[in-house]
Write a protein that binds this ligand. Structure first.
Ligand code: A2P
Length: 340
């Protein structure tokens, strides 16, 4: 039976992408509820040609739905997810709130869909971090064929990772710095300003000297791949791109890697496009990828001095692959398994 669905954070950047993907993929549902903060209550949004009023989360009765997507920030999830699960809904949560909870599966369907065979103890399925999702989808194929000794990753993350406010600030601050270069722009989302800049800090600093974003990539990769000692070390960098994360990935392997076999192995992974399969001069960028539902790979280079190591470049839309599409694919797996 098709589920009754709620989207919490429906007015946000990820919520908006979720609605688009529900329409595009024809997700089956028998009732739809759109939920956001009290600020948006009463505004209307359309799903599949039907207009729905946005409801305030504090007045929403979660017993009226079977499945709730949460993309309204960590604080909102901490407060409202327990109410949703207590009312009997299964939650797909896009925040950090439940990701490392042992009773909550952390799922990338192309990697560990088997985690969805049983209804989770917590009632929650966590959607991983936006940079972790495309990375583990590639690491899985490399681990199975060659074994991973270490992965070293630098990310190039877009402003839309901070939602609509992040995108607006990048655009406004860029315009202001061209029009009034002598005036400091009053940034709120990015410090220092992201306009014509790159910032090697995403989320807060930890005592280790790494940022929380960098720690998420390590811990979540280990949990999703089921390799507790996996060595993934990262530097996460915000760049002045509106949407679409990129990553430069260096992987040291147990076995000797042949480039042709590597390219074919990556290209055979589900929903992965390798751009330099035919010509080594082809590569993806956030502005030029056409299919936003694929992980795009290029610059595949085996180390000439040590064939147990290689580079690759990946680009993945952080709102689809890194958030909404992964959540929808989790929902599709749940519906197929009738675990709702
Ligand atoms: P609202 O539009 O009413 O503020 P983005 O990531 O683009 O900033 O979007 C965040 C989403 O989460 C929006 O839909 C926003 O609703 C919603 N949201 C933010 N804080 C809360 C909260 N405390 N309770 C419910 N929804 C929230």
């Amino acid at each position: 039976k098709a589920p009754r669905v709620a989207i919490v954070g429906a007015t946000g950047a990820v919520g908006n992408t979720l609605i688009g993907l529900i329409e595009q993929r024809g997700l089956r549902y028998r009732d739809m509820r759109l939920v956001a903060s009290a600020r948006s209550a009463g505004t209307e949004l359309t799903v599949d040609g039907v207009a729905y009023p946005v409801q305030a989360v504090d007045e929403f009765d979660f017993s009226e739905v079977d499945l709730a997507f949460f993309s309204a920030g960590t604080e909102a999830s901490e407060k409202w997810v327990p109410k949703a699960t207590a009312a009997g809904a299964v939650v797909i949560d896009n925040t950090i709130a439940y990701r490392m909870d042992p009773d909550t599966p952390l799922v990338v369907p192309q990697v560990n869909a088997h985690e969805l065979d049983r209804r989770p103890k917590s009632g929650v399925i966590a959607n991983p971090n936006c940079s972790t999702i495309p990375l583990v989808r590639l690491l899985k194929g490399v681990e199975e064929r060659w074994g991973i000794r270490q992965a070293v990753v630098s990310t190039y993350q877009a402003a839309s990772g901070l939602g609509h406010p992040g995108v607006e600030e990048l655009q406004d601050a860029s315009r202001a710095s061209l029009d009034h270069p002598e005036e400091a722009y009053p940034n709120k989302e990015f410090t220092p300003s992201l306009a014509f800049n790159v910032i090697p800090k995403i989320d807060r600093f930890l005592d280790s000297g790494f940022t929380l974003e960098e720690q998420k990539m390590l811990q979540e990769s280990r949990k999703i791949l089921g390799i507790p000692h996996l060595d993934v070390t990262t530097t996460c960098v915000r760049v002045p791109v509106v949407n679409g994360h990129s990553e430069a990935v260096w992987i040291e392997t147990q076995g000797v890697v042949d480039r042709t076999e590597l390219v074919e192995t990556l290209a055979a992974l589900p929903e992965v496009t390798v751009h330099d399969r035919e010509s080594p001069r082809e590569f993806p960028t956030p502005a030029t990828i056409d299919d936003r539902d694929q992980v795009h790979v290029g610059r595949v280079r085996v180390n000439p001095n040590n064939p147990r190591a290689f580079w690759l470049w990946l680009v993945a839309d952080n709102l689809t692959i890194g958030a909404a599409l992964n959540a929808i694919q989790i929902a599709e797996e749940l519906i197929a398994r009738e675990t709702l």
